[in-house]
Design a binder for this molecule. Structure first.
Ligand code: HEM
Length: 146
């Protein structure tokens, strides 16, 4: 028997969320609020500052494309998040909890609860897969002897 999905949140992740409130303008505001919190964070701020020098607008537009694609399935994002994060050598596993904390608070303050729950569910799923790509290793841990 194929197990059922545990506690689905909103539409299935591969389906669009259709809601009159949620359009590109709404997502653009959410993204900008979120990144202003991330930039002010004592741990995450310096990581972003060392990667994004100068104009933040291209990054904010790319992230708006990304969230429009994740939530509305409008196909506006066509990048590769895994390699973009693999090259960030300063990031630790625990940084994802800080990132998700800011994301949850931004969504809770900006969205009705059922919409916030969908954004947070998708962020948690993607964070999980980025963490696996960045930090999960099958081989034996390195020893002092090499
Ligand atoms: C500790 C957590 C994280 C850190 C420190 C981090 C940091 C960064 C940085 C520095 C960039 C490069 C910016 C640029 O050059 O444009 C980036 C890109 C990106 N991040 Fe994250 N990120 C984190 C978690 C996440 C999560 C959880 C998601 C998704 C839910 C995400 C989605 C993206 C996407 C879509 C891009 C653009 C990739 C591309 O197409 O170039 N990030 N991130």
């Amino acid at each position: 028997m194929i197990p059922s999905r545990p506690d689905p949140v909103g539409p299935l992740p591969e389906q669009p969320l259709v809601d009159p409130l949620v359009d590109r303008a709404f997502i653009g505001v959410l993204v900008r609020d979120f990144y202003s919190r991330v930039r002010a964070d004592p741990r995450l701020g310096p990581i972003f500052a060392s990667e994004i020098k100068g104009d933040w607008e291209p990054h904010l537009e790319k992230m708006t494309d990304f969230w429009c694609s994740v939530i509305m399935k409008d196909g506006s994002y066509s990048g590769r998040p895994v390699p973009a994060h693999l090259k960030l050598k300063q990031v630790r596993d625990g940084d994802f909890d800080i990132w998700l904390g800011h994301f949850q608070r931004t969504a809770a303050e900006r969205c009705p609860p059922e919409i916030a729950a969908v954004f947070v569910d998708r962020a948690e799923r993607i964070a999980r897969s980025l963490r696996l790509a960045m930090f999960f290793r099958l081989e034996r841990p390195a020893t002092a002897a090499g």
